[in-house]
Design a protein around this ligand. Structure first.
Ligand SMILES: Cc1ncc(COP(=O)(O)O)c(C=O)c1O
Length: 306
């Protein structure tokens, strides 16, 4: 335990029941509270998996440099785990993303290279960030984390499924909003490994209904609705995809904070809106599980909490 150092603080998060928000006669609603991870996000799990396994395979060694292009939460998790493992981290970032995320990466000692923007996140900007990260990753001693391609990303969330299985035993529905799809699918893989096979439901913002209608759009729920097909989402395993209105998600964040003491970001609010909807549909005796992706602390001063 001690030899793992600070990385032992990742995972084993609480699974809480949102009993007071459950509709009368509805199914139990359970939330996996991932804000307890060191950077306040479930992304710490994938950073431990990607960098830890790369070290085990000898692809990454102390003194090397990790490279990734990122808008924030993934970068902060990679910066944290890099610091813990004794490697450096270079993030290709942009001024289109929030300055606090840049500061968080720098706090962990990351080098943050900023691509200039007109203040909006466009496909052209993402392409530019990607090209710069690819070029840096070609340099000797560099390791490309590959958040949209590495199998270790999805595998990093399997322990979340193991933990939920140990806590509940039965799960009827697992529902979660998708960015890359890794958290939903990795958790489902972990549950399956324990013999639990819930209905899987993926969520997206109604303002960017790419999966449900084929056409994305601008929205304000950070981390999800990325505007391209989620690379880890196994659509053949999904029972359904639902689009949820972002304003209901933000309202749910405020309700969760005030009525349940749960402080979360917009994607978690969206997850809970859908979980309550499903609770009503499924009825008593069933269990709906959803994910508390990150802490509301990351969103203070923004449009959710004012
Ligand atoms: C706050 C937040 N919620 C949800 C997600 C979606 O997770 P995944 O990419 O594993 O689908 C992300 C991913 O960036 C995120 O940052």
């Amino acid at each position: 335990m001690c030899s793992k150092g600070v990385l032992a603080a990742v995972g084993n998060t609480p699974l809480i029941r949102l009993e007071r928000l459950e509709p009368a006669g509805g199914a139990e609603v359970w939330l996996k509270l991932e804000a307890g991870n060191p950077t306040g996000s479930y992304k710490d799990r994938m950073a431990v998996s990607v960098l830890g396994r790369a070290m085990e395979r000898g692809e990454l060694a102390p003194g090397n440099r990790v490279v990734e292009y990122t808008g924030g939460s993934t970068g902060t998790a990679l910066a944290f785990v890099s610091a813990a493992l004794g490697v450096t981290f270079t993030a290709v970032f942009s001024d289109a993303f929030s300055a606090s995320k840049r500061l968080a990466m720098e706090a962990f000692g990351a080098e943050v290279l900023v691509e200039e923007s007109d203040g909006t996140i466009t496909p052209e900007l993402i392409q530019r960030m990607k090209a710069r990260a690819y070029a840096l990753a070609e340099e000797p001693g560099s390791f490309y984390a590959d958040q949209f391609g590495s199998a270790d990303v999805r595998a990093g969330y399997e322990p979340m499924g193991h933990e939920i299985a140990a806590d509940l035993g039965q799960v009827d529905v697992l529902v979660a909003a998708v960015g890359t799809g890794a958290a939903l699918m990795g958790t489902a893989d972990g549950l399956a490994a324990r013999g639990i096979d819930p209905r899987l439901i993926a969520l997206e913002p109604a303002q960017s209904p790419l999966l449900t209608t084929g056409k994305g759009g601008p929205h304000r729920v950070e981390g999800i609705g990325v505007g391209f097909a989620p690379p880890f989402l196994d659509r053949g395993r999904l029972a359904e995809v639902r689009a949820i209105d972002q304003d209901r998600a933000f309202e749910m964040c405020r309700t969760l904070a005030r009525q349940a003491g749960v402080f979360c970001g917009g994607s978690t609010g969206l997850n809970v809106v859908a979980a309550i909807e499903l609770s009503r549909e499924l009825g008593r005796g069933r269990k709906v599980v959803t994910l508390g992706c990150d802490s509301g602390a990351k969103y203070l001063g923004g449009h959710i909490y004012g």
